[in-house]
Design a protein around this ligand. Structure first.
Ligand code: ATP
Length: 307
């Protein structure tokens, strides 16, 4: 019987997202503080019948159907690209695989959903190739290096916890874990925002901040202090592309969030609460207005094999 390999990886929020000026290579350098949340993508891998290639099935009940339908199931899926790249790195042919992706992270929402899938796939492939082809398992650092070729958020999804991301966000410096639990409400939008469009709008606005030292965040001891220090350079760009987002941020803070902010390039709004009960209570208010509101905790472990 075919062995089943299960792996999962976390969503991220950027507690701080400082974006530099567009460089000549067409990319923006960033200085980012990532936090992993216990909203996990779950991936299941089984060997496919010989010659059937890679089949991908995507499902998820907690996010809108429009999100699930926006995920490609062909070679454009990041998980497909991960399988091809990983096998090539080991000098092997791409194996026949059946992959099931249980999505919990809003799609195109600035929470690294596709990157989490790629991170989980790297962990799963590492195990699959070891079991099927006897290849040596790569270390987490080696997997993160391969992950950086797939997307700049992939290395963080592999490490999890809390970390500073520099370069394009793919150079990860882990920080010590916060010594308190953070409670989040994530309000997803029914339509996504494309990351390049948000960066283009950011360039149009033309306001860059200097990069700051983010290492002190590890000593923060309360949600209030954390909330006061959260910033996102892309927030104005996301507001200008989707003006309803700024009203949602205001509403969440009026309803009791310590701080609400666009997550990464948006349009998901991440709202920090000082208790789980309050986050749940406000999520129910938003749901009664027809919005998609998920609750989650930070910080969370990076990509891992699950039993
Ligand atoms: P980030 O926060 O890393 O910028 P995001 O969370 O905003 O990313 P994703 O959910 O990763 O965005 O999806 C961006 C696009 O990538 C989707 O619109 C989809 O077309 C494509 N995509 C490819 N593979 C996947 C995948 N496994 N899951 C989600 N989207 C994928």
């Amino acid at each position: 019987m075919n062995r089943i390999i299960r792996a999962s990886a976390p969503a991220k929020v950027n507690l701080v997202f400082e974006v530099g000026q567009l460089a000549s290579d067409g990319y923006h350098p960033v200085n980012s503080l990532f936090l992993a949340l216990d909203l996990r993508e779950e991936l299941t891998l089984v060997k496919g019948a010989t010659g059937t290639g890679i089949s991908i099935y995507v499902h998820g009940e907690s996010i809108p159907d429009t999100h699930i339908k926006a995920v490609p199931t062909d070679h454009n899926n990041l998980v497909h690209k991960t399988a091809v790249l990983f096998a090539a790195k080991l000098g092997k042919a791409t194996p026949d695989l059946q992959i099931d992706i249980h999505k919990r992270i809003p799609v195109a929402g600035g929470m690294a959903g596709g990157s989490a899938d790629a991170a989980a796939m790297l962990i799963a492939m590492n195990e699959f190739m070891h079991q099927e082809h006897g290849t040596e398992r790569l270390s987490i650092d080696e997997l993160a290096l391969i992950g950086a070729e797939l997307g700049s958020d992939v290395p963080f999804c592999i490490y999890g916890g809390m970390a500073i991301g520099t370069g394009l966000g793919e150079v990860i410096s882990p920080l010590e874990d916060l010594d308190f639990e953070t409670n989040w409400l994530l309000c997803a939008s029914s339509r996504g925002l494309s990351t390049p469009t948000v960066f283009a709008e950011f360039d149009e606005i033309g306001k860059h901040s200097p990069f700051t030292d983010l290492s002190e965040f590890a000593s923060i001891s309360s949600a209030e202090e954390l909330g006061m220090r959260m910033t996102n350079d892309l927030e104005q760009a996301a507001f200008s592309l989707m003006p309803a987002l700024s009203q949602l941020v205001e509403q969440l803070e009026q309803l009791g969030a310590v701080r609400a902010m666009v997550s990464g390039s948006g349009p998901t709004i991440a709202a920090l609460f000082d208790s789980e009960a309050k986050a749940i209570e406000v999520s129910e208010v938003l749901r009664s207005q027809g919005l998609v509101a998920l609750t989650s905790k930070g910080l969370a472990q990076g990509a891992r094999l699950d039993s």
